[in-house]
Design a binder for this molecule. Structure first.
Ligand SMILES: Cc1cc2nc3c(=O)[nH]c(=O)nc-3n(C[C@H](O)[C@H](O)[C@H](O)COP(=O)(O)OP(=O)(O)OC[C@H]3O[C@@H](n4cnc5c(N)ncnc54)[C@H](O)[C@@H]3O)c2cc1C
Length: 265
């Protein structure tokens, strides 16, 4: 038997207060990770606080021409279909378009994805590679400080992600080698060229998203796939499982990075 209280608040303040009043509450976004977790009895929260009725957490906006703002409860399908996203950062729309399948894209949200920080999720590469900021009901968190480990983030207990803000890169590209069943990234690489330099962020390869400083320096000198042709990463510390060995993932990082650069626009 499931035994939890279900709540559907209409404001962020109400959601926070409901969670504070619960003995072991959880926020519910698209439910594509949380519901299977409950079904497998891996979690048994006392309360589920559904964020789906909170209008202030939804939507996409280009703010004063300086940043792209995506509400935490915006589903992947909306990011993929947005002309604003495609015009601002085409690579981000492409990334969202290739998450999971149609059901996953219609229910899964950007806030749920980054709060969950699955090692194979696509969005962490976008947040770090594109140097986004994560906004919560309490503060603003820089991309480099947000993802702290496998399924772990800088979020405090009861802290709600409200939106993610992306500056406009000069160019960006994303390439992933997907798991053929789930489409999660076996390895995914986001590359972005900006006025402040180049950023390269890798997901899927290790327990948590990480940057590649050596690739970034080479691409800052010459933004071309050839500039990183001789570079590689070591397999030690990379994930090894039934889908791919650490050695194979290390190889894929180089291949995906070159494809991401070639695809950058
Ligand atoms: C079959 C399948 C295939 C998938 N394929 C991919 C893929 O290819 N690439 C990929 O990146 N992902 C993939 N996913 C993951 C999916 O895209 C969702 O992003 C993911 O399930 C989490 O988002 P959600 O909105 O469903 O969050 P939920 O499951 O509702 O919540 C996840 C966690 O985040 C917390 N949370 C949710 N919203 C907030 C918030 N605003 N503030 C603070 N905490 C919050 C919840 O409390 C919970 O702990 C797949 C999932 C499935 C089931």
């Amino acid at each position: 038997m499931y035994a939890f209280e279900y709540h559907r608040p209409s404001t962020v303040a109400e959601a926070v207060s409901l969670l504070q009043g619960a003995s072991d509450g959880r926020f519910l976004a698209g439910g594509h990770t949380l519901i299977p977790t409950l079904k497998q009895r891996l979690a048994s929260p006392s309360d589920l606080v559904d964020l789906g009725g909170i209008e202030e957490l939804k939507g996409i906006l280009i703010d004063r021409g300086s940043q792209l703002r995506i509400g935490a409860m915006t589903p992947h399908a909306e990011v993929a279909a947005s002309d604003d996203v495609r015009g601002w950062i085409p690579a981000l729309a492409d990334l969202a378009e290739h998450i999971g399948d149609a059901q996953v894209r219609n229910r899964g949200t950007i806030g749920g994805s980054i709060a969950n920080n699955d090692p194979a999720a696509d969005y962490p590469a976008a947040i770090v590679g594109l140097n986004a900021t994560v906004h919560t009901n309490q503060r603003t968190i820089a991309a480099d400080d947000f993802f702290t480990g496998m399924f772990d983030t800088a979020l405090n207990e009861g802290e709600i992600i409200t939106e993610v803000r992306f500056p406009k890169p000069d160019k960006a590209g994303y390439a992933k080698f997907p798991n053929p069943a789930s489409r999660y990234a076996i390895v995914g690489v986001m590359v972005a060229q900006t006025g402040d330099g180049v950023r390269v962020a890798v997901t899927g390869a290790a327990p948590c998203v990480f940057r590649l400083p050596e690739f970034e320096s080479a691409l800052a000198r010459s933004f071309s796939a050839d500039a990183i042709k001789g570079l590689s990463v070591k397999p030690s510390g990379l994930n090894s499982d039934i889908h791919a060995s650490a050695e194979y993932r290390a190889h894929l990082v180089g291949v995906m990075a070159r494809r991401a650069v070639a695809a950058a626009r």
